[in-house]
Each structure stands twice: as C-alpha cells, then as structure tokens.
Ligand binder design. Sequence first.
Ligand code: IMP
Length: 430
Amino acid sequence: MSNLIVIGTQWGDEGKGKIVDLLSSKADTIVRFQGGHNAGHTLVVGDQVFKLSLLPSGVIREDKIAVIGNGVVLDPWKLLEEIEQLNSRGIKICSDRFLISENTPLILPFHKDLDLLREQKAGKEKIGTTGRGIGPAYEDKVGRRALRTGDLKDPNQVKRKLNIIKDHHDILRAGLGATDIDEEQLFDELMMVGKKINTFIKPVWKILNEQIKKNKNILFEGAQGSMLDIDFGTYPFVTSSSTIAAAAAIGSGVAHNKINTVLGITKAYTTRVGEGPMPTELTDSIGRYLSEEGNEKGTVTGRDRRCGWFDAPLVRRSCLLNGVTSLALTKIDVLDKLEKIKICVGYRIEKEEYTDFPVSTSLSNKLSPIYEEIDGWNTSTVGLEKIDQMPIKARAYIQRIEELSETKVSIISTGPERNQTILINDPFQL
Ligand code: IMP
C-alpha cells in the first residue's frame, strides 16, 4: 500500500493539476478532500485542454476511481456542468468510478449571494474571494445546519433543514438588502439535482478503507495552498478550509497513519490571487515578465495573479506544516530568460529580522524580503525530461531551494504537458 497526499506549499496555483494527473497513472483512486469549485486545474493531454474546478484531476483517466470527500463543499449544479462537459468530450462519468461522500456539505445559491454581498460591502477590507460561496458554506457546516449530499435522498430531511437554513439566512440577507430565500423553489431544484447525482453518493470513508485493505494506491489531491489554510495561512486573507495535508484524513475518513507520503507542489517563483500580504511581490517589469511568461491568470476567475520571487522561508514552513516528504518544482522554465534571479531567505521590518511570517497581518504586511541573488541560466529548459539536461545554473537554483526549504525535489515540471517532466524519485516512495 502506498498512499500519497499532494498539496500546494504556497498560495495555490502551484500547478498541482498537472502533477496529480501525472501521478494518477500510478494510483487506483484519486480523492479530493477540501475546498470546492474555488480551485482550478488546467490539464493538458496532447492537444486537449481540460479546465476543472470541482472534479478530481484524475477523473480524465477512465480506469481510475475519482472521489469527492466529505471535506469538500459541493455545488451540485457546478458538478453537473463539469460532468456534462466531460461527457460531451467522450469521457464518461459513471457511478462505478465516481463517488461522492454522503456527508459532503452542499453549496447552495444563497451561499454565493452572501459571499458576493459581503465582499461588496467590505470595500477595501474585502478578502478577494472567488465569489463561489465557499466561506458561507463552511460556516453552515460548522454551524451544524448544512444540507449534505446524503440528505438529498430524503425529501423530508431536505424540507426540515431548509426551514432551519431559511431562518438563519433570511436574517443575514435582510441585513445585506437581499430578498428572502424561496424555500419551495429551492426544494424543487434540489429534488431535480438529487435525481441526477444520488447514484454517486456513497459511504466513501468505508469504500476507501476497504481499498486500503486491498493494498490499492490512493492519491489525495489538495486544493489551494498552505498559505491559504484557515489556521496557518495569512488569516483572514485565506480560504475557509484546512488546506494542509492533515486535512486529507479528516476530509476523507482515511486515518492519518494510513497515509505515507506528502508531495509539496512549489512554483519556482511565488504567486498569489486576492488580497493579503505577499512580501516578495514585484510590481515592476520583472513582475510583469513573470505574469506574462508564466501566463499567470486564475483558472477559475480569470483574475491576474500577483507575481514575485521565490519565498524560501514560506516554503520551509509549509514543508514542516504538511510533513512534506519531497517537492515537485513547477514552472522553472518561466525563469529561463532572466539575467539575475532572487530568492527570499528571510524578512525584515526596519532593523528586526524574521525567519517566519508573524501571525499578525498588520506585521506581515510590513515584511520586506531579504534576498540572495544568483545568475540566471539564459537557456531554455522547456520540455526537458532528464535532470542532466538541466543547465548547471538552473541546477544550482534548484539545489538552493532544496537547502533553504530543507526538502528534496523529486519532480521538476518543465512545461504543461505530461511528458514535460523530470522524475528524479518516485514520490509515492519515502
Ligand atoms: P475563497 O476560497 O473563494 O473564499 O477565497 C479566499 C481566498 O483564497 C481568496 O484570496 C482567493 O483568491 C483564494 N483562493 C481560493 N481558491 C484559490 C485557488 O484555487 N487558487 C488560488 N487562490 C485561491
């Protein structure tokens, strides 16, 4: 048995989709365990480009089982849209290879309303959410009133819960100038959607544990990144789920000691979407170069990503928080044309030095990076498949990232295609 968690070590958008898709070939089952359709994965297979935000990346391999765990918040209409999109491209999603946990909370239209209305009202204080209703859906989960996938099979339960939800949400909506929830219409819509997805809804925790007994390989696919974690991220500029590796156990029902390895995905520079501190952000021509060369636009919202140099203390912290056993370094080729490359090795506020992000946002907003500078390699690394083809200076950069993050690199991605990858070690093995 070999089970692997893949997580992002930065602020998301590290290129997890491609790596998960690649490693899916070695897995029997791929599980999403947190987040919702705020995530975005772009997968390139030959001349086909797939953009998914809810279905696990492994779903495009038809011999694999794809699973949405209980830690996810699920918008059933978005799910149907993605299933239909894949069906229309010849990829059949059927209930013997796609499962949804029966205790997965639903994202409903009023969650999205609340998300957008609050962001509008917050003005300059906004989080910069994806506007998908993620935060409000997790609030209802923790508030013990969420409608969960399993409820869809029981109309009376749906009615009862909608009553409770309406009581709670109509007050919030009134405060934000929105009309009351139309309970009856929502009930009818949920019954319709239920008919289409009920067949996928199963006791996922049990099925996964049975698979483990049969020595199957499970790949847990994280969404977002560790710096967006609700506890350890740059709070309040974070998402509303636990994005670190520990969430794989809680969000799927597989005990933590059944999972052996954690692959941390790390972009060769740093990006962030939305508001919040980012010490290495570059607003100059190099920032624009990284943005253009790296095509740094959000998969879900199309927003421009903020770009900056590699932040080593941040990745080192993520490696510890996640128990990362090895790193997958992505988008190294984006740096190919730079004369000089900087790596952040610490931070400073006036004369005081920091080795880590302080917990307070007002302090972390003031961090200025301490940089080390190295020579660029000025050679294309696009599509390289072997480490000894990598220019010496690029190898020195990778080695420095390993030293500073105190973690070895097992995979280097040199382009969006599956074969544009250097495999140094098998990340499924410790
Ligand atoms: P929410 O998850 O929509 O509530 O957004 C909260 C914060 O997380 C915002 O800054 C978003 O831009 C960010 N965020 C959420 N999902 C992703 C993602 O998949 N990649 C990068 N940032 C994300």
